[in-house]
Design a protein around this ligand. Sequence first.
Ligand code: GLN
Length: 473
Amino acid sequence: MLELSARAAAAAVASGELSSRELFEAYRERAAADRQAGSAGLNCFTWVAGPAPVDGAPAPLHGVPVAVKDLFCVQDVPSQAGSRILEGYRPPYTATAVARLRSAGAALLAKTNQDEFAMGSSNENSAFGAVLNPWDRTRVPGGSSGGSAAAVAAGLAPWALGTDTGGSIRQPAALCGIVGMKPTYGAVSRYGMIAFASSLDQAGPLTRDVADAALMLRHIAAADPCDATSLGLAEVADPTAERLDGVRLGVAEELSGEGIEAGVLEAFGAALRTAEELGAQIASVRLPHAPHALSAYYVLAPAEASSNLARFDGVRYGLRAEGAEDLLSMYTRTRHDGFGAEVKRRIMLGTYALSSGYYEAFYGRAQRVRTKIADDFAAAFEVVDFIVSPTSPTVAFELGERTADPLAMYLSDSCTVPMSLAGVPAISIPCGLSAGLPVGLQLAGPAFSESRLLDVAHALEGALGFDSGAARA
Ligand code: GLN
């Protein structure tokens, strides 16, 4: 039962081979055991559901359990975005993406651990402790959707919902040997997602295979009157391609050369040869402004975060510092006690970048770089159908290795941030191992090309035949 993809599990329930209650209980017990084990487990979850919900009316997802990143608001369920400042917060409403999955028949299994407010690449910034990588427990699962990625890889959840602002679905998917997809900005409603950087945040699937990613995306993507930036997607097709004849894949030297570990480049090169054997044409493309993507991102994302996080003042949600003598000291003490170091760093960076006299020099300039990056992608997609690169410059790194050096941590997203700034969709699929650890292959396409992108990923996945069994052992 635990080896089934979400799609196969739904089919087994539909045909009566499996009861949805049995399926839910099996996963719930595994998730609850991980939660109980604390630091002796993987620490994937911040909350696990109670015993199986009653079987509902038949719906397309047939009661398949889903784990959801902590930052998705779920009515009456702790939703803390990995932060102390939201301690005890139980929202009065449910995020649209989660509500859509539920109305399609999915059952909420658990909330997953994450970097605080989705700021991080290793899940070490969580107020609820680090998550461990199921391939090697001395290593990070990636972040910020690290709990979601590790849970799926370890077989503690059939699939999970995450969010990606600069790489937080794709990079942990790569480090944990699973599939992760960031849809086109606007494909999925952000309503009820505790915000980090609103012009970049996007929800998406973390799954065992590409077909499951398509299935989840189909159910979460929609225009939503509660999110004015949501547009939805045309019906997401089931990926069926086995060949890549006529597909033009572009390799950008800016994303696949300098700074990428040798073992990652080797697996990436082998995946390109597999793509060629399937009929794809490989061409070089340029993304000349991609090397500036991280610099622009680390102005824009903190700027938006400093504004979004102003609402956590001890009045409206969660934590409130006790014993403050006046209102201002209550605010400052709550924020002092409630936010972790990385969040404070970003609030300071963002506030500085937006301050009068500096606004044009930092924020304005970063916005112009963002436009150049989007133009680079548009130009590249004139000559190729998709852009391929490694997802992460390295395989999963050691716990603690980058915590003292924020800049080294930020480099983890050098291959994923450009797509976020351009708003285009990208998927990471496992493409091999380096020193026994998974390597991710990233495919990016033009805005709203999700169905074609999933099809190409599906053909490659079939030919690459990555075996993820070791992480579930
Ligand atoms: N690691 C990047 C950051 O820390 C991206 C995070 C994300 O996508 N949420 O901002």
